[in-house]
Ligand binder design. Structure first.
Ligand code: BDR
Ligand code: CA
Length: 299
């Protein structure tokens, strides 16, 4: 098998983040160097604890770090209606997360500086606060970053948090603007594509019937997610792209993120063949859901 891709996953779990993490852990194509957490769907403390719960469920030992507790300029506004009160929507065994040994921002900087000869992929599933801070503190990290792959934005301008803005960009538009202005190669999975992956009840029942602890938890979490306004499996799409890019079509553009006014968090594309951003456009949803089910059943 080809050498696995070294990734750092930055996340704010979140039910769809949870499924994305499980997919990554279940995939030998990916070598997950660390999980960096951020505030977004839930407050940082909860996001950090949820990452530990998921690592326990997956039976993995990946290091987990706590990051920024607030967006760069805006106050944090979490989303209890989609991901349940504590972000994962189901009950877990009593568990305490140890104090984070390093800040997420420092971990990203350290890893990127150490990987100048074999750059890492940053897989961003929440507001882009940690990466923006890392770029501000230490611009030299760019050499150690192969690509930033992220869930965020709505290129058709049909937002899920404001009429024009998607949640991750709306939560920290200044961080998103900083990342898109960084010159780093970006692969973007906007709502336009992630909305195509709504889970049908038959798929969910098939996952339940697999009857493993992971599949049972996935069934329960996604039952909560479907009863809210979650929509498609947003975060798992970009992880699936890393594993099976042939499931997606994509197109190049440059993207500007608006930082203020009625359009804050809006992502505005300029379509061009030499654009800095590769945006996913369409997904083979059946293929994606089959991949997801096959991988998580093996965990
Ligand atoms: C994004 O917002 C969050 O609620 C999800 O976890 C996903 O990252 C979708 O807009
Ligand atoms: Ca997320």
């Amino acid at each position: 098998m080809a050498k696995s891709l070294s990734v750092i996953i930055d996340t704010d779990p979140g039910i769809d983040d949870a499924i994305a993490l499980l997919l990554a852990w279940a995939s030998p194509e990916l070598n997950v160097l660390g999980i960096t957490t951020v505030a977004g769907n839930v407050e940082l403390e909860q996001s950090y604890l949820n990452a530990h719960r998921l690592r326990w469920l997956a039976g993995r030992r990946t290091p987990i770090y706590a990051g920024c507790p607030e967006p760069i300029l805006k106050p944090l506004k979490v989303t209890h209606t989609i991901h349940g009160r504590d972000g994962l929507g189901i009950s877990w065994p009593e568990m305490e997360a140890p104090e984070s040994s390093t800040h997420s921002v420092d971990f990203i900087i350290e890893q990127a500086l150490n990987h100048k000869n074999s750059p890492v992929t940053l897989c961003m599933l929440g507001p882009l606060t940690n990466l923006a801070m890392a770029l501000i503190l230490c611009p030299e990290i760019k050499e150690g970053i192969k690509q930033v792959v992220l869930m965020g934005g709505a290129l058709d301008n049909k937002g899920n948090t404001s009429p024009v803005a998607e949640f991750n960009f709306f939560t920290d538009p200044h961080a998103a603007a900083r990342v898109f202005d960084s010159g780093l190669p970006i692969v973007m999975s906007p709502l336009d594509v992630t909305r195509q992956t709504e889970v049908a009840e038959t798929w969910l029942n098939a996952v339940q019937s697999l009857d493993t602890p992971v599949c049972k938890a996935v069934y329960e979490m996604l039952s909560v997610y479907r009863s809210g306004t979650g929509g498609g499996l947003h975060d798992p799409c970009i992880v699936a792209w890393l594993i099976s890019p042939e499931l997606f079509t994509a197109k190049r553009c440059d993207v500007k993120v608006k930082v203020c006014g009625d359009r804050e968090g809006q992502s505005v594309p300029e379509w061009k063949d030499d654009g800095q951003v590769l945006s996913l456009i369409n997904v083979n949803a059946d293929g994606f859901l089959t991949l997801l089910k096959n991988r998580i059943q093996a965990l």
